[in-house]
Ligand binder design. Structure first.
Ligand code: ATP
Ligand code: FE
Length: 351
C-alpha cells in the first residue's frame, strides 16, 4: 500500500510517502534554531511550529514523490508517545487529510516506528531482538509483529540520548548533544577519567544512566575549581570517557538480552538497533562486533532513519494497514503509550 506518514512528536516536523519498503519521499523540517537559545525543546514553541509546518511538509513530500492525495491508500500519523501539543498537531492534520481525501486513518506508536525501521531498511523477518536507544527511551524488545512487542528490560532512569544532551549542556557544547559529544570524543582519551558502568553487577538487562551524568558533573566541577575553566582537551577527554561508559554498558547488557532472547525463541536472533543514539558510530561498531562474534545478523538504520522521521511512521502504518488496522475520528493523542504487549493495544487509540 501507498502510505502518507506524519510525525510531530518532538521537534521534527516530518512527512513521508512509503510504498511497501520503498521510501518515495522523506521530508524532515527540524526546529533546532527555534529552541537553540533555551537549551532544550520548549513544548509550546514546538507545537506551534508543527501546526505551521505540517501542511508544508505534506506538500513537499507529495511533490517529491510525485503522487497526489487521491493516490494514497491511507494516512498514518504518530499518535504518541511524545510532547502532547506536537502529537495533537499531527493527529489533527492527519484527520483533516483523511476526512478531506476520504482515506483511512491509522494511529501509529512512535516507538513502533523506530522499532520497525529494521524491517523497512533490511526486511528483517519477525521475530527479532531490538534495542531502542533514543532521546526519551531505552529498551530491549522482542518484535513479533507491528503491534506485538515484549520488553525484556530497559532504563530505570534516564534515556541515553538524554544523557548525551545533558553532557553537552554541562560542557557548553551545542544541542542536540549526541552528535557534538561524539565529535568531541573523537580526539579524546577515554581512560583519563573513570566513569561508572551502572548496574553491571545486577542480572538482567535493565540499565541506568543518571549516575553517569552525576559523575561527569563532579569531574567537570573539579576541573573548573582547579583551573577556572575547561580546555578543549578536558572536554574531549570527558566526552570520550562518557561515551565509552555508555558503549560498554550497552554492549554488556546486549550480551545479556541476547541470552534472555535465547530462552524464549529457538532460532538465533537477528539484532537491530534504532533511535537517535543508534547514529553513534562508537556504539554501532561495538554492537556490530559483538554480533559478528556470535554469528548474529546485525542491522542499524542509515543515520537519516535513526533520528525522528515520518518514513518509519508510514512504514509501520503500512504494516498495520495490511493487517486491517484502521482508526476513526476518535483517534486520541497520547502523551504516554508503552510498547509492550501487556499494555494497552496498539491500534484504536481513542477508544
Ligand atoms: P523518543 O524516540 O524516545 O520519543 P526522540 O524522538 O526525541 O525520543 P530521537 O529523535 O530518536 O529521540 O533521538 C534523538 C536523540 O538522539 C537526542 O538525544 C540526540 O542527542 C541523540 N543522538 C543523535 N545523534 C547521536 C549520536 N551521534 N550519538 C549519540 N546520540 C545521538
Ligand atoms: Fe524518536
Amino acid at each position: 500500500p501507498l502510505i502518507l506518514g506524519l510525525e510531530s512528536s518532538c521537534d521534527d516536523t516530518a512527512a513521508a510517502l512509503v510504498r511497501g519498503r520503498e521510501v518515495l519521499s522523506n521530508v524532515v523540517m527540524g526546529q533546532a534554531e527555534l529552541h537553540a537559545t533555551f537549551g532544550g525543546v520548549v513544548p509550546e514553541i514546538a507545537a506551534r511550529a508543527h501546526a505551521e509546518k505540517l501542511d508544508l511538509a505534506v506538500q513537499a513530500a507529495l511533490r517529491e514523490a510525485q503522487v497526489k492525495l487521491a493516490d494514497i491508500d491511507a494516512v498514518a500519523v504518530t499518535a504518541g508517545p511524545g510532547l502532547i501539543g506536537g502529537v495533537l498537531s499531527g493527529v489533527m492534520c492527519a484527520k483533516g487529510i483523511a476526512a478531506g481525501a476520504r482515506k483511512p486513518l491509522i494511529g501509529v506508536n512512535h516507538l513502533a516506528g523506530h522499532a520497525l525501521t529494521a524491517r523497512l531498511t533490511d526486511g528483517l523477518p519477525y521475530p527479532y531482538l531490538m534495542l531502542l536507544i533514543s532521546g526519551g527511551h531505552c529498551q530491549y524488545l522482542i518484535a513479533r509483529g507491528p503491534g506485538e512487542f515484549r520488553r525484556l528490560g530497559g532504563t530505570i532512569d534516564d534515556a541515553p540520548g538524554e544523557a548525551f544532551d545533558k553532557t553537552a549542556r554541562l560542557l557548553g557544547l551545542p544541542q542536540p548533544g549526541g552528535p557534538s559529544v561524539e565529535a568531541a570524543a573523537r580526539s579524546g582519551d577515554p581512560s583519563r577519567f573513570s566513569f561508572p558502568r551502572p548496574l553491571l553487577d545486577r542480572p538482567g538487562c535493565d540499565l541506568s544512566f543518571s549516575g553517569l551524568k552525576t559523575a561527569l558533573l563532579r569531574e567537570r566541577d573539579k576541573l573548573v575549581d582547579r583551573q577556572g575553566g575547561l580546555t578543549e582537551t578536558d572536554r574531549a577527554d570527558l566526552c570520550a570517557g562518557f561515551q565509552a561508559a555508555i558503549r560498554d554498558v550497552l554492549t554488556e547488557k546486549t550480551r545479556r538480552a541476547l541470552a534472555l532472547y535465547a530462552e524464549e525463541e529457538p532460532e538465533l536472533p537477528a539484532f537491530a538497533i534504532a533511535g537517535g543514539v543508534a547514529a553513534n558510530t562508537a556504539i554501532r561498531t561495538e554492537l556490530e562486533t559483538l554480533c559478528a562474534s556470535k554469528d548474529i545478523r546485525f542491522t542499524a538504520p542509515p543515520l537519516s532513519l535513526c533520528t525522528d522521521n515520518a518514513a518509519m511512521i508510514a512504514y509501520a502504518g503500512g504494516e498495520l494497514f495490511a493487517q486491517g488496522a484502521c482508526d476513526d475520528m476518535g483517534l486520541a493523542a497520547r502523551p504516554r503509550w508503552p510498547l509492550d504487549s501487556t499494555a494497552a493495544p496498539l491500534v484504536g487509540g481513542g477508544r
